[in-house]
Design a protein. Structure first.
Length: 88
């Protein structure tokens, strides 16, 4: 199962607008994408509510993972978004 560790770059963390953008992109993937804080339980990345309850703040490290055909591309796409300041 491909996974990638990435640091949350948005100043407000994965909250509000950044969470909505990440959830929309995750839901559009051909596989289910999960996201977790280090040493935390994974949540479905395609849900804004799940992302907001994750409480991943600016500078927190998260682990993005997926399984199945196209999982590596899905992980890369979501990791790129999380590592970008979506508030800019």
């Amino acid at each position: 199962m491909p996974e990638k560790r990435v640091t949350v770059a948005s100043k407000v963390g994965l909250h509000a607008r950044p969470a909505a953008l990440v959830a929309k992109a995750a839901a559009a993937q051909s596989v289910a994408v999960s996201i977790a804080k280090v040493d935390g339980d994974p949540v479905a990345a395609g849900s804004v509510l799940n992302l907001m309850t994750l409480a991943a703040g600016f500078g927190d490290e998260v682990i993005i993972s997926a399984e199945g055909d196209g999982a590596e591309a899905a992980v890369d796409a979501i990791a790129e978004l999380v590592a970008t300041d979506l508030d800019a």
